[in-house]
Design a protein around this ligand. Structure first.
Ligand code: FES
Ligand SMILES: [Fe+2]
Length: 434
């Protein structure tokens, strides 16, 4: 069945969406073409390609791409495709090279994608082949832009600038970068990689969903409570790993009072749930480094921001306070790959980076006791939606009660505004004229 714009529009209502958007492979193919083929997609962070010759191999939708740093210091995003007979040139996930070499017939490419050498070049003399023709190089993606070290690319020749696309949602990237005394982040090490058995949108729906933690995470909340009961004196503050589990058990009242803000292009964020403890000696040392770098007033201003997950629709989420980034890649209608990165704040005390790693290990790792709770829920959603029961998925909570201001729409903390907002963006991409 081929759906026209009207049929696609019929799948998204103001406060409910049709189950086909999660289970129909044809819709998935259209999403790859119209969302991942058009939007600004996060590719990587400049610190992953620090030195000339550094590269990472990744993908946008079904397009294999390479992000590399050339000898002149510029960062490029190239299709990972040989200009000869099409082989994927870069096989490793990351590395450093003087030049790329295709494994098939040995064509070589500079790290800006230009074709460097072809064996037995005389065989091309008098043919239509031109070694300078960019179509025989590793071609550049149509649009690549960076915001404060975060590199995005688009497969579409035209569209809004990255600044317009991010809009004021940039403030969450600012929040993450400003927390560094040097105003710079770096990815340390690799990433956790997980493939989960659910549609990619199920993950995005979860990130600003405040009605799930006390239910889905009940067992990890209980584990945190139990540990504290057995190991801490009465009334003693929870150490960080325990807070990361127990805070999910806060009562509904707490979540209701959190801020939720949604942005026109599908982005959104929610207020923080793990504010730092200012009497913690490591945090005090960090605050001193921030004050030294920015002055007391500005440092206070930066550290007063408290946001939990920010979603940059459609493929990343950051947690700016603990320097986390989760990157998703849709593999199939019911399969999604997720990579989890931890960033170091340049200029912050080494001990402070441990807070970031504790967050990664307690909350975002495949071996943690928190994230698998969510993944079990994602799997159940995917399996449950196979049922030929009602075709509708409810997103009614607090529908119509949101408040509009300039670039943002705001709502009470337990509203399903962020999900409804994602589907308005989805509709925009899926029904736009090519
Ligand atoms: S396919 Fe790459 S050199 Fe032939
Ligand atoms: Fe969760």
């Amino acid at each position: 069945m081929t759906r026209d714009a009207a049929a696609i529009r019929a799948l998204i209502e103001r406060d409910r969406v049709h189950r086909d958007i999660y289970i129909d492979p044809e819709i998935f193919d259209l999403e790859i073409e119209r969302i991942f083929g058009r939007a600004w997609i996060w590719v990587g962070h400049e610190s992953q390609v620090k030195n000339p010759g550094d590269y990472i191999a990744t993908a946008i939708g079904r397009q294999p791409v390479v992000m590399s740093r050339h000898t002149d210091g510029r960062v490029h995003v190239l299709y990972n495709r040989c200009g000869h007979r099409g082989a994927k040139v870069v096989g490793d996930r990351e590395g450093n090279v003087k030049f790329f070499q295709c494994c098939y017939h040995g064509w070589t490419y500079r790290t800006d994608g230009t074709l460097k050498g072809v064996p037995m070049q005389r065989g091309y003399e008098g043919t239509g082949f031109d070694i300078k023709d960019p179509r025989y190089g590793m071609m550049k993606l149509p649009r690549v832009e960076s915001y404060r070290g975060f590199v995005f690319a688009s497969l579409a020749e035209t569209g809004p600038s990255l600044a317009d696309y991010l809009g004021d949602a940039r403030s969450s990237i600012d929040d993450m970068v400003d927390r560094s005394p040097e105003g710079a982040l770096e990815v340390v090490g690799g990433c956790f990689r997980i493939v989960f058995r659910a549609n990619w949108k199920v993950f995005l729906e979860n990130l600003n969903d405040t009605m799930h933690p006390m239910v889905v995470h009940e067992s990890s909340v209980d584990a945190g409570k139990m540990w504290a009961g057995e190991h801490l004196p009465q009334g003693a503050p929870d150490p960080l790993p325990v807070r990361f589990t127990r805070n999910n058990g806060f009562p509904y009242d707490f979540w209701e009072k959190l801020t939720l803000k949604a942005h026109a292009n599908g982005h959104s964020f929610m207020g923080g749930i793990f504010p730092p403890r200012r009497t913690d000696p490591v945090y005090m040392e960090y605050m001193a480094a921030m004050e030294q770098a920015y002055g007391k007033e500005r440092a206070e201003q930066i550290l007063a921001v408290d946001r939990h997950n920010t979603i940059f629709y459609p493929n990343i989420s950051i947690q700016s306070g603990y320097q986390q980034l989760r990157h998703i890649r849709p593999l199939a209608v019911d399969r999604t790959q997720m990579d989890v990165y931890a960033f170091r704040l340049k200029g912050a005390p080494d001990e402070f980076y441990k807070h970031t790693l504790i967050y990664s290990n307690m909350v975002n790792a495949p071996s943690s006791i928190v994230m698998p709770d969510d993944h079990e829920a994602y799997n159940r959603v995917q399996e449950g939606l196979a049922a030929q029961a009602s075709p509708w998925v409810s997103l009614h909570r607090d529908a119509g009660r949101e408040r509009r201001d300039h670039e943002w729409t705001s709502a009470n903390g337990t509203s399903e505004l962020p999900m409804r907002n994602q589907y308005q963006a989805w509709l925009g991409y899926m029904t736009a004229e090519a």
